[in-house]
Design a protein around this ligand. Structure first.
Ligand code: ATP
Length: 354
């Protein structure tokens, strides 16, 4: 287990009558990349800003490397500039009238580093984001992706222990976002930084994180690796918000057995210890086959609709489980009206917490 770098405990933040963050606790290990994921207004940005010291919580504590940065019980609140954290925002906030070099050097000059150190640190940071060849260019003459790289270089130039990212890719077009995700992931591996990243984009969260924290209305719904969150959603909220899933209603009818309202008994699994009140299972649209596989749950069905998306084909299948959405690779296309067998592993039929 890695050494804990950030520990957030029972954090509570209010704006007037609104409780934006309501008892949030998690840890981030040294060198780990954790993403706070959730819909607009769930409290993820507020949590991130509190780690940076930009929000004033009313309860709980935040520590970095074992040092209390905020502690409600001790009335302790260390100012942002003494926390060793750096932030990358959604709006790249590069200064257009300055060169790339000066943008990256800015924070180092504020920290009163000498000229030789500034030069070395700026060049190292620009090398990391592959922008050194553009050091003398005015920042206004850069593309969106390049500006975002400068913002990133600026954030890492003073070797912070923690980098906080607030939706840093959301102003980029879809293709560039996908490229920047790959770059960010690589950069995380190359640098010994710990990062906390905020996004409402579930694909992005899954792609770039060691662990994902799914938030909803000020509380944490689930913490896990991207695979755990995708394969074993605990709640309907997580199953719906991350990836795409069919939700099937019914009730537990025995150990690992789920009797659906449509009269089919399915073998199921769970991320939690079932307590008997579970009334829904989630089945990912990507995990359903349309021909029988040994050991699977099997239910006869008929293709109602086929939508060709290019990278995948989406079918709507009428069955005793209701109308199920199924996504298959775009080969061996089935016609509307075809008889099929819905087939999914008990491992991919996940009981949701009541
Ligand atoms: N400065 C503020 N004054 C009053 N209420 C605020 C303020 N900032 C945030 N809130 C409220 O706190 C809650 C959480 O906001 P927060 O910005 O943390 O959510 P978020 O999950 O990051 O959403 P988004 O993705 O839209 O930024 C919301 O209900 C929001 O309206």
């Amino acid at each position: 287990m890695s050494v804990t770098r950030i520990e957030v405990k029972d954090l509570v933040i209010r704006y007037g009558d609104t409780t934006a963050v309501n008892g949030v606790s998690f840890t981030v290990g040294r060198g780990e990349h954790v993403t706070l994921l959730g819909p607009s207004g769930c409290g993820k940005t507020t949590t991130l800003r509190a780690i940076a010291g930009l929000e004033q919580p009313v309860g709980g504590s935040i520590s970095i490397d074992g040092q209390a940065m905020y502690d409600a019980s001790q009335k302790r609140n260390i100012p942002t500039e003494q926390r060793g954290v750096s932030m990358v925002f959604q709006s790249y906030a590069v200064w257009p009238h300055m060169t790339v070099f000066d943008n990256v050097a800015y924070g180092l000059r504020v920290r009163k580093q000498n000229a030789a150190d500034i030069k070395a640190n700026v060049e190292r940071a620009l090398d990391l984001v592959q922008m050194r060849h553009l050091a003398d260019r005015g920042a206004s003459k850069l593309s969106g992706g390049q500006q975002q790289r400068v913002a990133l270089a600026r954030a890492i130039a003073f070797s912070p222990t923690v980098v906080l990212f607030d939706e840093p890719l959301s102003n980029l077009d879809a293709k560039l976002r996908a490229e920047m995700r790959v770059e960010l992931r690589e950069l995380q591996r190359r640098l010994d930084i710990t990062s906390v990243y905020v996004t409402h984009d579930q694909e992005e969260a899954l792609a770039i994180s060691d662990r994902v924290i799914v938030m909803n209305v000020g509380v944490i719904e689930q913490i896990g690796t991207p695979e755990q969150i995708y394969n074993r959603p605990r709640s309907r909220f997580v199953a719906d918000f991350v990836g795409s899933a069919n939700i099937i209603k019914g009730k537990l009818s025995g150990d690992g057995l789920f009797a659906t309202d449509g009269g089919v008994t399915l073998k199921a699994t769970s991320a939690h210890k079932p307590h008997g009140k579970e009334s829904e299972v989630a089945v990912r649209t990507a995990y359903v086959d349309l021909e029988p596989r040994p050991g699977d749950n099997h239910v006869p069905g008929k293709v109602r609709q086929r939508l060709f998306h290019g990278d995948f084909v989406q079918y709507v299948i009428d069955s005793a489980l209701g109308a199920l959405i199924v996504r298959r690779p775009p080969v061996n296309l089935l016609s509307e009206g075809a008889d099929v067998t819905l087939s999914f592993s008990p491992d991919h039929c996940v009981l949701l917490e009541a």
